[in-house]
Ligand binder design. Structure first.
Ligand code: NAD
Ligand code: LMR
Length: 328
């Protein structure tokens, strides 16, 4: 094992996503089977949470992962983020039955202001930050704005679960394997307003749009199914999605760190004005990744229906941003 260990901070480490995430990070599924990791785990100071975190760490120990080069438990964000190369901000209050994401805004804004500041003070200057905790885009925006000394492009929000959900729905509709679907993307907010867009998608070189050729299915079945999938999972499980969310976080970080070989994936990233989205709005875009950097796919044509969808999700994001302005 010749590579130097990298530091991976995970917040909300004793929560349900944490439990589905940490073992996969430690086994090398996120950063590669040759990359040792040191886990820096953050939980709230609450005795029960810290005790649960200890239990998770005992289990990690019991896996004897060859790549797990160290583990730390923290209740202070600045200590947890010390020199960290990757930060997965999962800890937040999850949505319960009947709650909308907007309800979570105020409670979570405070968490992400504090964590943005802590990253600013103690993380590696190259830290790659993924915000999973909801409302993910706005929380990522808050963290980015609270960390003025870190490059803004280091902050991202998780849209990958929406992307993966859309892939599966298209695979089911076309009867083709998920892996054969290329150039799918999801625009906007991780919320029911997200716009999953298969206009550019191909399967074995053929257009998915032509294959499906059904605008009513797109509008009335596909988009609501993907957009409301989080609520459907909550309704079914009584708990929000966890294993699929952890899987999406692994996909997001792996692709960002190791590259996508030219394939498109979806990431929530701060806009530089692409597609008319105002600067700094944390927006889901099609991206490709190479050499540890993501690049927004530019120059795609936006038709009237797509523009309408993009406007709607943008308006929601701007409303969320307005709601937290006073905290920044
Ligand atoms: P959970 O309640 O099981 O776990 C959250 C954990 O975070 C708890 O252990 C809690 O103690 C901890 N926590 C709370 N505040 C914290 C803080 N300030 N610092 C550190 N830890 C803190 O929740 P979960 O099911 O693991 O979900 C976590 C978040 O992820 C929720 O906001 C949920 O809505 C969100 N989520 C996002 C996506 C997405 O696609 N972006 C998907 C699923 C879930
Ligand atoms: C999801 O999409 O599954 C999560 O964001 C949970 C939620 O609140 O919808």
């Amino acid at each position: 094992m010749s590579k130097k260990p990298v530091r991976v901070a995970v917040t909300g480490a004793a929560g349900q996503i944490g439990y589905a995430l940490l073992f996969r990070i430690a086994s090398g599924e996120m950063l590669g089977k040759d990359q040792p990791v040191i886990l820096q785990l953050l939980e709230i100071p609450d005795e029960k949470a810290q005790k649960a975190l200890k239990g998770v760490m005992m289990e990690l120990e019991d896996c004897a992962f060859p790549l797990l080069a160290g583990m730390e438990a923290h209740s202070d964000a600045k200590a947890a983020f010390k020199d960290t190369d990757y930060a997965l901000l999962v800890g937040a209050r999850p949505r319960g039955p009947g709650m909308e994401r907007a309800d979570l805004l105020a409670a979570n804004a405070q968490i992400f202001t504090a964590q943005g500041k802590a990253l600013n003070e103690s993380a590696s200057r190259n830290v790659k930050v993924l915000v999973v905790g909801n409302p993910a885009n706005t929380n990522a925006y808050i963290a980015m704005k609270s960390a003025p000394d870190l490059p803004r492009e280091n902050f991202t929000a998780m849209l990958r679960l929406d992307h993966n959900r859309a892939l599966s729905q298209i695979a089911a509709k076309t009867g083709k394997p998920v892996a054969s679907i290329k150039k799918l993307c999801v625009w906007g907010n991780h919320s029911p307003t997200m716009y999953a867009d298969y206009r550019f998608a191909t399967i074995d070189g053929a257009s998915v749009k032509d294959m499906i050729n059904d605008h009513a299915w797109n509008k009335d079945v596909f988009l609501p199914t993907v957009g409301k999938r989080g609520a459907a999972i909550i309704e079914a499980r009584g708990l929000s999605s966890a294993a699929s969310a952890a899987n999406a976080a692994i996909d997001h970080m792996r692709d960002w760190a190791l590259g996508t070989n030219g394939e498109w994936v979806t990431m929530g990233v701060p806009s530089n004005g692409e597609y008319g989205i105002p600067k700094d709005v944390m927006f889901g875009y099609p991206v490709t990744c190479e050499g540890g950097k993501y690049k927004i796919v530019e120059g795609l044509p936006i038709d009237a229906f797509s523009q309408e969808c993009i406007n709607k999700t943008l308006a929601e994001l701007q409303g969320e941003q307005d709601g937290v302005k006073h905290l920044l």
